[in-house]
Design a protein around this ligand. Structure first.
Ligand code: HAX
Length: 441
């Protein structure tokens, strides 16, 4: 058994029995109420999921196992000379609750490298797609195509005991995480670089090897950006659409391949992960329409107003939970300030940050006027020459695997139930509202 798996078992299995007893003892405890607006409004704020890996505070941002992004930047192990943490470290942290040592991270990195060979048929499946098929479609199908590799499915068919479900789920999760960079880079090169692929370098770390296979820039700085990018996009507690989709699908005992493909499909929507492509598209269209690569703040404000007047959203702004600038936005801004403060496009992003909150803040219905993670990432990638914005959400997806698959391991270790909330019709709600008024009257 590998060291991380052993540590996970030591942490998760005692908690699983403790958790069952805790639920039994407190079964009738009321943890919240549900208002009609929440039933209609995407269940916002309804406490109904258990997720161990991270927790989102509306006024502070994400904490991974209690650690904020600035804290993790200091505490997670880094390669010598690098400013950014290794994303393997955040996976270790989410899975075990412990900040790993440098040796522990390097051991996980080697473990992933050993699992990273992608079956040849996956590339064949991808090669059947027209090259202009959206990269997220290719990514989801490639993940699903690997489902026959599932160890969970094999062990289930053999009749594995419930208490051991976590074990093959851990194996599938690590196998999948290990292979994603090669699959994503393959999609990038076939879609945008004439299918000129770059062989993996298994001596590099998970993110470093990904940066190498993308072939966008040979610089250490781009590898460093990938480490930051893949760390900060990893998780955003359990209720966001990609995490929830993965969890929901997994709750039926679908394996990691089915479940994560499902999560990727949710990430592909423009209100979620696809917002990172929409942001840069919107900025490029703004520059085109105004006729300058560096619009001034008055021009930006007018363009924001015209977007809103056209009944469209300002991509990269607003959030279902956050009520402050997203610390993941700030982390990317700090990176850009350190390495390329003069970049013109990045400066446009910073000017939008000065203007958009004021304009969005004038609309009472918009609950958060602040930038989210997607407001910055495209401009940063553009700086290194990755201009093909239709690919950006795949990068997000590679990172998101770390959080949602760590969660899936916990789901199986804790023995969480199949999801089955109650739905009601609008007619039922109307009758319920009328009856409630009668009772009050
Ligand atoms: N521009 C214009 N209108 C906005 C807005 C924005 N950036 N953010 C919210 N609104 C609108 C909503 O569309 C909604 O309008 P209606 O009542 O007419 O439907 C109203 O304000 C209330 O919305 P809210 O309660 O503030 O926000 P929601 O929880 O409903 O939605 C979203 C959160 C992130 C989907 C929303 O802010 C949005 O559409 N933002 C732009 C798209 C985006 O950046 N998405 C990425 C979010 C982060 C993420 O998941 N990354 O992957």
């Amino acid at each position: 058994m590998d060291k991380l798996k052993k540590k996970f078992a030591e942490k998760a299995l005692p908690l699983a029995s403790e958790f069952k007893a805790f639920v039994k003892e407190n079964a009738d405890l009321v943890v919240g109420e549900v208002k009609l607006a929440q039933v209609f409004g995407g269940m916002r704020g309804v406490k109904s999921l258990v997720t161990e890996t991270s927790e989102l505070d509306a006024n502070e941002g994400i904490r991974f196992r209690g650690y904020s992004i600035p804290e993790l930047k200091k505490r997670l192990p880094k390669l010598e000379g690098d400013t950014e943490p290794l994303p393997e470290g955040i996976f270790y942290l989410m899975l075990t609750g412990e900040i790993p040592t440098y040796e522990e991270v390097m051991s996980l990195s080697k473990n992933l490298s050993e699992r990273s060979d992608v079956p040849e048929y996956v590339f064949k499946v991808l090669d059947t797609f027209p090259t202009d098929t959206h990269p997220m479609t290719q990514f989801s199908v490639a993940i699903l195509s690997m489902q026959p590799e599932s160890i969970f499915e094999q062990r289930y068919a053999e009749g594995i005991s419930k208490k051991d479900y976590w074990d093959p789920m851990y194996e599938d999760s690590l196998n999948l995480i290990a292979k994603l960079p090669h699959i994503a880079a393959y999609i990038y090169r076939r879609s945008f670089h004439n299918g000129e692929h770059i062989a993996p370098n298994k001596d590099l770390d998970w993110a470093g090897n990904f940066a190498h296979m993308l072939g966008v820039s040979d610089s250490d700085e781009f590898k460093s950006l990938m480490r930051l990018y893949l760390t900060i996009h990893a998780d955003h507690e359990g209720g966001n659409a990609s995490a929830h989709s993965t969890h929901l699908t997994g709750s039926t005992l679908s394996d990691a391949y089915y479940s994560f493909s499902s999560g990727i499909n949710a990430l592909a929507g423009p209100l979620h992960g696809l917002a990172n492509q929409e942001v840069i598209k919107w900025i490029l269209e703004m520059r085109e329409e105004i006729g300058t690569s560096k619009p001034n703040k008055e021009q930006i404000e007018a363009y924001i107003r015209s977007t809103l007047d056209a009944g469209k959203v300002i991509p990269g702004y607003g959030h279902a939970v956050l009520r402050v600038p997203d610390p993941r936005f700030t982390a990317q801004m700090n990176f850009a300030k350190m390495y390329f403060p003069e970049d013109e496009l990045v400066n446009v992003v910073w000017d939008i940050f000065e203007v958009a909150p004021k304009v969005l803040g004038e609309k009472p219905k918009i609950k958060s006027p602040w930038p989210n993670v997607d407001a910055h990432s495209g401009a940063t990638l553009m700086h290194y020459g990755m201009t093909e914005y239709r690919f950006y959400t795949v990068l997000f997806g590679v990172s998101r695997a770390l959080g949602v698959l760590a969660s899936l391991c916990w789901d199986r270790a804790l023995g969480l139930s199949i999801e089955r909330p109650k739905s009601v019709s609008t007619n039922w709600l109307k009758q319920f509202a009328a009856q409630s008024k009668e009772v009050v009257g």
